[in-house]
Design a protein around this ligand. Structure first.
Ligand code: NAD
Length: 294
């Protein structure tokens, strides 16, 4: 029987555990963790993500500040807003929702956030810490994948993991987490990407496949071996006239052909997705307390 890894249930566990820690913090008279989220423009997916992040803060009793601006704002204005949030002692995490309008440099924005408040883990200082295995902010989705592997009983220790995708948000950080010398990592890692001529050659050898290509059906059943663990990070909207919204969400793996061959698989939705916000809350808690879990 294939194990369906329930990201919703594991994310709920994480949030419940965190709630206990937050209550202890408040009881001891320490300031509540504070998260500031900046949204530029009207992208519906980004609006939904920001809404979920604010709601998660409220549920945990965090302070949350959301700043919403039209896409016509200048880069200078946005950098100034970040600088003000950097100075606020009640704000421990700052997140600028990506993507940004083309006239604003994502690199400049990421580097403008104080690395001690960089709850997305995108600042070069935190990227460096992750690579050398020092405590720091780890990007939320890769951190969530590590927790899913651990809590579903599919530890990567000694396994061959093939990561499909090399973005700075998912592919590269998850590969770096997995190779760390730790009992929760310690994997042999291969990264495949658009420059890999024959991806199936690698995925067929994998004990664990992490699909983060952002392409529906990038992984099909014939590309994996029996007994493999498949973590599907992809969130792709495909047109569906039977759905009220006119679309439905699918992952990067062709679920019907992959699931029967897998020892364990994450569904989309309900797999990696819910973990991302749970880990953002953990990162905000880390920003407030200085206690890092990586
Ligand atoms: P991205 O577009 O920045 O990167 C995709 C990477 O995959 C690139 O490095 C590219 O080289 C590689 N790639 C593209 N097509 C490929 C193919 N056919 N074969 C092999 N490699 C290929 O995307 P991202 O930000 O890394 O996100 C990847 C997917 O994960 C997207 O669907 C995104 O929506 C989803 N995502 C989900 C969460 C979550 O919370 N579950 C969070 C972040 C991203």
């Amino acid at each position: 029987m294939t194990q369906l890894i329930d990201g919703k249930a594991i994310a709920l566990q994480i949030r419940q555990e965190l709630k206990i820690e937050v209550d202890k913090l408040i009881f001891s008279g320490k300031p509540v963790p504070g998260l500031a989220v900046i949204l530029v423009g009207e992208n519906p997916a980004s609006q939904a993500y920001v809404g979920s992040k604010i709601k998660a803060c409220e549920e945990l009793g965090f302070l949350s500040v959301s700043e919403r601006y039209p896409e016509t704002i200048t880069e200078e204005f946005l950098l100034e807003r970040i600088s003000l949030l950097n100075q606020r002692s009640d704000i421990h995490g700052i997140l600028v929702q990506m993507p940004l309008p083309k006239h604003i440099s994502e690199k400049k924005v990421i580097e403008a956030i104080d690395y001690r408040k960089d709850v997305d883990g995108f600042h070069p200082v935190n990227v460096g810490k992750l690579v050398i295995g020092e405590p720091g902010f780890v990007p939320c989705t890769p951190a969530g994948i590590m927790v899913l592997l651990e809590r579903s009983g599919n530890l990567p220790d000694g396994k061959h993991v093939v990561v499909v995708g090399r973005s700075n948000i998912v592919g590269k950080p998850i590969a770096n987490l997995l190779v760390q010398k730790s009992k929760l990592a310690n994997a042999t890692v291969t990264i495949c990407h658009t420059g890999t001529p024959d991806i199936a050659k690698f995925t067929r050898e994998a004990d664990i496949v992490i699909a983060a290509a952002g392409k529906p059906n990038a992984i099909t059943g014939d590309m994996i071996k029996d007994g493999c663990v498949l973590i599907d990070v992809g969130i792709n909207r495909i047109p569906d006239s039977s759905a009220k919204s006119g679309y439905r969400l699918v992952g990067d793996a062709h679920f019907e052909s992959c699931a029967p061959k897998c020892k364990a698989i994450t569904p989309v939705p309900g797999g990696v997705g819910p973990m991302t916000i749970a880990m953002l809350m953990k990162n905000t808690f880390s920003g407030a307390t200085g206690q890092f879990f990586y």
